[in-house]
Design a protein around this ligand. Structure first.
Ligand code: AVJ
Length: 320
């Protein structure tokens, strides 16, 4: 039993890409939001990143989930599992298997901005879990939480550390929206990458094989294709820096020369100076106490916390 609900279409996406690119390229300093990395090529590059030796978050979170899934199922008695930004379904399956074994789960609701990625995931999971009601929701998790299908006793999983793409004010808004979309007693399962030695953090975002550099530059190819721009990706250099005050990794693209980029569909000329850096992503790292306080400020009580033996990645189970 699978179905799809659409709250976003190609025109909404095209409109928000145009607005983001116009705002970001005319700002000082220039910036682009990370959500535009993930076209088909970018999603493939991210999958490659998750298998790199330097990129520890995915495999660390997977190990935590593998050993805690049964306990999560028991603690929550989930009837509906909602997954925000579902992406690949490998980690989801650990949760689905544990919740089905528990005998309470009836439905799965993956939400993603990409209709094609969502269709693929829904179709594959529909085959693997024929007894489950699967409702894919095409939507933006910062805009469409209120339209999540109502179910009783929902667990909302937001994994991978993607919460780190939001700055603190955006996190507060997102967590507040999520809290008001849930009934008291419902759950949030949140994966968060933790603060650690920059000698471990920086290589995770600047790998030796250069996959992350390609992923970072992919946003330029997306803009070239979607907005008829003429970025030369080879004229930009990948930069990853650790900001110790704000405790986040910042990815940037540094212009290798003075250049002017034309964005035809926006009728926009953008000048880059040699060495100028444009921010393309932040990936915030968390501490247990800080995350607990952020959750509490949004009306979520932390009930359980799991991490790996090195304390590199945290999995929080909080209750509305
Ligand atoms: C998918 C947002 C969790 O921040 O680690 C990986 C994206 N960027 N390498 C992260 C990413 C560079 C990733 N998230």
């Amino acid at each position: 039993m699978t179905s799809l609900e659409k709250h976003l279409d190609e025109r909404d996406l095209a409109r928000s890409l145009r607005a983001d690119v116009r705002d970001g390229l005319t700002a000082t300093p220039k910036r682009l939001p990370p959500k535009w990395f993930y076209d088909a090529r970018g999603s493939r590059l991210f999958e490659d990143i998750t298998r790199l030796p330097e990129y520890y978050p995915t495999r660390t979170e997977r190990a935590i989930l593998a050993s805690s899934a049964a306990e999560i199922a028991r603690l929550t008695d989930a009837k509906t599992l909602v997954e925000l930004g579902s992406g690949s379904s490998e980690k989801t399956r650990l949760l689905l298997d544990a919740m089905l074994r528990q005998g309470t789960l009836g439905s799965f609701v993956p939400l993603d901005v990409s209709e094609s990625a969502l269709r693929e995931a829904v179709d594959a999971l529909g085959v693997a879990y024929p007894g489950l009601a699967i409702t894919g929701v095409v939507g933006d998790m910062t805009r469409h939480l209120r339209q999540l299908p109502d179910g009783d006793n929902r667990v909302v999983a937001f994994l991978g550390g993607t919460i780190g793409n939001l700055v603190p004010s955006e996190r507060a808004a997102f967590l507040g929206d999520l809290r008001s979309a849930l009934h008291p007693g419902e759950w949030l399962l949140l994966g968060a990458d933790l603060v650690k030695d920059p000698g471990t953090l920086v290589p995770a975002y600047d790998d030796a094989a250069g996959v992350t550099a390609e992923f970072n530059k992919n946003v330029l190819r997306v803009i070239n294709r979607e907005l008829r721009a003429d970025f030369d990706p080879s004229a930009f250099e990948h930069v990853a820096v650790w900001d110790p005050e704000r405790e986040w990794i910042e990815m940037r693209l540094r212009s290798g020369r003075d250049q002017v980029v034309h964005v035809k569909d926006l009728d926009l000329d953008v000048a880059f100076a040699e060495g100028e850096e444009m921010r393309t992503e932040i990936s915030a790292k968390f501490r247990r106490a800080g995350l607990t306080a952020e959750l509490a400020a949004s009306g979520f009580a932390l009930r359980h916390w799991w991490s790996d033996p090195q304390d590199w990645f945290g999995l929080a189970l909080a209750q509305a």
